[in-house]
Design a protein around this ligand. Structure first.
Ligand SMILES: Nc1nc2c(c(=O)[nH]1)N[C@H]1C(S)=C(S)[C@@H](COP(=O)(O)O)O[C@H]1N2
Ligand SMILES: [Mo]
Length: 426
């Protein structure tokens, strides 16, 4: 008998807001004490000895640069860098192991077109030229003197979640399917300040950004975005950028596809028209059903994914759980996330965990009483513009089969009776 059969169990009195045990989002807050009655605590007999071995000896001294516990060492990025294109590839953040909204810098996803350059910050320069009155060159020292701003914002590769384009569901985890996504506090200089100093001429409507790695990644960015919220980032989560994320400086364009946030930034050229580089014509353009290519699809769509429980995890049996996930949108803030436990027929509203920030990951949570039967869990995000995360079928029908970027469809996780969680199409 499970506790869900128990008429005396107070958890059974919590308001169910959608089918298959989804509970009111504030149930934990209102009835925190009830959780104990449904959570499998260890009995006193299974308790550890009164004095653990680590309580009997002095601990070790602090480290100059900190490491996490050795017991967490299996939480790593999942790398897909393969010969012969050494250094070209991606590594994915372990979304299923993370909580809150910040991705630790050491676990931030990485995507390189030709590896990580080893840049000496003393030698690195940023050139601003083109349609400007006064071309400028900045070294790190000069750049660091400008006013800095800090913002918590997500970065997502436009190729993230591409597995959901496949006709058959690819086995995988939140990490392997959606891990080209991270969120950091980025600190840097607003680009509008630097461009004002250089004096943009009236014909200057685009900016070509170029990286210093050997892929010489280049993208054309509309001046309106540069003026709106672009920064030259030099810090990530309080310390200097990691080499893999653009050390010593990168362009950061909040809410836009990752490839526009050019790493190892070395040059900004103000132009009248987009430059039409390799990285915006052969790549990062979207083939339409009529055979034409859509260029410059910069903004990332409204999206969410449940990270716990998620693919390749195993549930410990029927009982009370807290569903947890992340939602984000390139359009600004997330206004609502809904969760379904019946494959999208009924939906209940999840709790958004503060802070809810513009162009950042937003954590959502929802209490759930699983009765042990197979179910399909989904989440659906809605943003401040009213945009709703689409189903996979809707998205693929709308786009046609050639599209390959910006898959922001609803993820379906199947929970089987034995507690295994897997990627399915609902
Ligand atoms: N110079 C340069 N910038 C680059 C890239 C690159 O290979 N070279 N990759 C781009 C791509 S495709 C993405 S998704 C993001 C990834 O940023 P991250 O590695 O910090 O996560 O950087 C972008 N900027
Ligand atoms: Mo990317």
């Amino acid at each position: 008998m499970s506790e869900t059969d128990n008429p005396n169990n107070p958890v059974d009195q919590i308001e169910q807001v959608a089918a298959n045990g989804l509970l009111h989002r504030r149930a934990f807050l209102k009835t925190g004490a009830l959780v104990a009655s449904a959570t499998p605590f260890l009995s006193a007999k299974a308790a550890p000895p009164e004095v653990d071995s680590w309580s009997t000896v002095p601990g070790r001294p602090p480290e100059a640069y900190g490491n996490r516990s050795e017991f967490e060492s299996d939480v790593t990025r999942l790398a897909g860098f393969s010969p012969p294109a050494l250094g070209a590839g991606a590594s994915r953040a372990p979304l299923g192991n993370l909580e809150g909204i910040i991705t630790p810098s050491a676990l931030h996803f990485e995507r390189h077109h030709n590896g990580i350059p080893n840049i000496d910050p003393a030698e690195h320069r940023l050139l601003i030229h083109g349609l400007v009155d006064k071309p400028l060159i900045f070294d790190m020292e000069a750049l660091s003197r400008y006013p800095l701003v800090s913002r918590i914002q997500f970065l997502e590769c436009s190729g993230n979640s591409r597995a959901l384009d496949q006709a058959q569901p690819v086995p995988g985890s939140a990490q392997s399917l959606h891990g080209l996504l991270s969120c950091s506090e980025w600190t840097g200089v607003p680009l509008s300040i630097l461009l004002d100093e250089a004096g943009v001429q009236t014909e200057g409507k685009w900016v070509l950004a170029e990286g210093a790695d050997s892929s010489l990644m280049t993208r054309s960015i509309p001046m309106s975005k540069i003026r709106d919220d672009a920064i030259v980032a030099i810090y990530q989560n309080g310390e200097r950028l990691r080499p893999g994320n653009g050390y010593p400086m990168r362009l950061f364009l909040p809410g836009w596809e990752g490839n526009t946030s050019v790493k190892w930034l070395r040059r900004l050229k103000v132009t009248a028209e987009p430059t039409m580089t390799r990285d915006e014509t052969s790549k990062y353009s979207d083939l339409q059903p009529d055979g034409t290519a859509q260029l410059f699809s910069f903004q990332m769509g409204v999206k969410s994914v449940i990270t716990s429980p998620s693919g390749e995890q195993t549930m410990r049996g029927p009982g009370l759980y807290q569903i947890s996930g992340i939602a984000w949108t390139g359009a600004g803030s997330i206004s609502r996330v809904e969760v379904s436990a019946d494959g999208g027929r009924t939906w209940g509203e999840a709790e958004l965990t503060e802070p809810v920030l513009s162009k950042a990951l937003t954590r959502f949570r929802m209490p759930w009483r699983w009765n042990g039967e197979p179910v399909i869990l989904q989440s659906r995000a809605i943003d401040e513009t009213g945009a709703v995360q689409p189903t996979r079928t809707f998205l693929l029908n709308e786009r046609g089969p050639q599209y390959g970027y910006h898959n922001h469809a609803i993820q379906s996780w199947q929970i089987s009776a034995n507690g295994e969680v897997s990627n399915v199409y609902a």
